[in-house]
Design a protein around this ligand. Structure first.
Ligand SMILES: [Zn+2]
Length: 410
């Protein structure tokens, strides 16, 4: 049994090594790194395509879910970080006009300033600010590792400012959002509620009210959940979302964290129904992908380099049977490109078998073979990745099929 188990974990390790994102990412020409910017990755055109698709996936949801996107500065006077009590050691610090400024490692304090720039009323709440801003964390060189421990990253970050009575609903909505996105990726996940730690700066009644709201939200959400005893942050309870990938490895990607302290530190308030009374909002830190860089790495390994069609940087490739069909191949490529898909064509002097083999190795989702017959009839011979059979289709039918395939994921 033990032997079987250790063999299994050895196999798992070998599998994981084979699909290591730092190797596969370079092989697929998605990312590179350079010694002149350690910890900050370059995304090549195909990598940037995936990165943007991931952000689009989240951004496209924001309208219907009531999020408003904001754009906030990268560089802040250290006074802001002092007020937020952020750790200076985690930050890149710059001298500007004899004053110290820090590159933001998080969006939270900036969003407090956005909340505070005008008088707020209870009628506006909940306010959900989303931000894809670039973040920097001053990680030690020794801690850097590919995209998972990077110095430069972006998050699908959001901060929800709400009343205490709105916590349950907001958390439930966030859980539904997380569930919708993780289902698209084919992740399974587990939920844990972290309760009050020994060292805590939130008074007990407030904490219990919030924890109960999270418990009710989890119950109404309806998926199984567990308690992670005493593991809450000193500024509020949280729900940990542990994601399992196709290699059964566990990752922490998203965040669902209540915060009572930052609204205190920034003296945030809103007017209530009773004009003489003001209240302090609760802040919920929320992300689903987490760092887009990390999610990129997790997905590359999770899919083992075989990107699903909607996310794929290589959706189709046109392979002409011989030089006689080059012109038609380019025409097909252009038509698919103009319809908005990632498509290439091989027009080098290679045998068709070799072209198809190269296309398969590059993990194109669709290989489109065109010869004289296809050119005469305005069709393509379609081979789907990892499937042996071919079918002949008109370009219009193929584009319709592409549209359906993308729509199935959104
Ligand atoms: Zn935050």
């Amino acid at each position: 049994m033990l032997l079987a188990k250790s063999m299994e974990s050895f196999h798992g390790l070998e599998e994981a090594k084979k699909y290591d994102h730092t190797v596969l990412g370079v092989k697929q020409e998605l990312i590179i790194q350079h010694e002149w910017s350690p910890g900050s990755c370059f995304f090549l055109p195909h990598g940037a395509h995936i990165y943007n698709k991931l952000m689009d996936l989240i951004r496209n949801q924001y309208w219907n879910r009531g999020y408003q996107e904001v754009i906030t500065p990268n560089v802040f006077n250290m006074d802001l970080w002092a007020q937020a009590k952020s750790n200076k050691e985690d930050m890149f610090v710059l001298q500007i006009d004899k004053q110290e400024f820090g590159l933001k490692p998080m969006n939270c304090p900036g969003h407090c300033l956005v909340f505070k720039h005008k008088v707020r009323s209870y009628r506006e709440l909940p306010i959900r600010f989303a931000d894809f801003g670039v973040l920097h964390s001053n990680e030690a060189s020794g801690a850097l590792s590919g995209l998972t421990h990077a110095r430069r990253f972006q998050k699908d970050d959001a901060h929800i400012f709400c009343r205490e009575s709105q916590i349950k609903d907001e958390v439930k909505k966030a859980l539904n959002f997380i569930d919708d996105v993780y289902q698209i990726f084919g992740f399974t996940y587990e939920l844990k509620l972290s309760t009050r730690p020994a060292k805590c700066l939130v008074d007990i009644e407030k904490w219990e009210m919030a924890e109960n709201a999270l418990r009710e939200a989890l119950d109404e959400f309806g998926k199984p959940w567990q308690v992670n005893k005493d593991d809450g942050a000193f500024y509020g309870p949280k729900i940990d979302i542990g994601v399992y990938d196709s290699l059964n490895r566990k990752f922490q990607c998203g965040t669902l964290q209540l915060d009572f302290l930052l609204p205190n530190r920034f003296k945030l308030e809103f007017s209530t129904e009773d004009e003489a009374k003001i209240e302090r909002p609760v802040m919920i830190h929320r992300s689903i992908l987490g760092s887009v860089e990390s999610m990129f790495a997790i997905l590359l390994e999770h899919y083992k380099g075989k990107w699903p069609f909607w996310l794929s940087p290589r959706q189709a490739i046109v392979c002409p049977v011989s030089e006689k069909s080059h012109a038609y191949a380019m025409q097909v490529r252009d038509q698919i490109h103009l319809a908005g898909y990632q498509v290439d064509a091989i027009t080098t002097d290679m045998k068709i078998q070799k072209k198809a083999q190269e296309a398969q190795l590059a993990q194109y989702n669709y290989i489109l073979v065109v010869g004289e017959e296809e050119a005469n009839t305005g069709q393509v011979s379609v081979q789907v990745r990892d499937k042996a059979d071919h079918s002949v289709m008109s370009i219009n039918n193929l584009l319709e099929h592409f549209r359906e395939e993308v729509a199935a994921f959104h």
